[in-house]
Design a protein around this ligand. Structure first.
Ligand code: NI
Length: 168
């Protein structure tokens, strides 16, 4: 087990489009396990492989109150969506900032698990929002992209400043 380094906005590596997972081997399962450890430790409710500089279509999440319902989605696809809702979102790659983002309220998802088995399920509310947020990461997209340029640049500049201070 190992904690992974999480990339912070505006790191250009967060803009990478992830490739499909084709090999479901021990290396993949080790990465899944390390990503869960990193996510729980942060703590966060979701983490995409992009955020730990691994550019494959893999995300982990757990939106349960007890932090005991781990969900690993590989090569996820949204096959239908309905409704819309606005929720405050944050991101481990944009630490300290929470902003409202509008997304689909109900989604139907098809994804594989770490053994390559495919399943389909419905999600709503926070779970649906989290899946959409993490899937955006796999496309190189961040929640701040939904904000105005003014707001996004303000967050960007503050994070750059914070990263410089940490490096000093
Ligand atoms: Ni995020």
């Amino acid at each position: 087990m190992a904690l992974l380094n999480i990339l912070h906005f505006p790191d250009p590596r967060l803009r990478t489009v992830a490739k499909a997972v084709v090999e479901f081997d021990e290396n993949l399962r080790q990465l899944v396990s390390d990503m869960f450890e990193t996510m729980y430790e942060a703590p966060g409710i979701g983490l995409a492989a992009t955020q730990v500089d691994r550019h494959i279509r893999l995300l982990v999440m757990d939106v349960s109150d007890g932090r005991n319902q781990p969900l690993c989605l590989i090569n996820p696809q949204i096959i239908s969506s309905d409704g819309d809702e606005e929720m405050d979102e944050g991101c481990l790659s944009v630490p300290g900032y929470y902003e409202k983002v509008r997304r689909a309220e109900y989604i139907r998802v098809r994804a594989q698990n770490e053994f390559g088995d495919t399943r389909e399920f419905a999600a709503r509310g926070l779970e649906a929002v989290c899946i959409q947020h993490e899937m955006d990461h796999l496309e190189g997209k961040l929640f701040v992209d939904y904000l105005s340029a003014l707001k996004r640049n303000r967050i960007r500049n503050k994070l750059i400043k914070a990263q410089k201070q940490q490096a000093d």
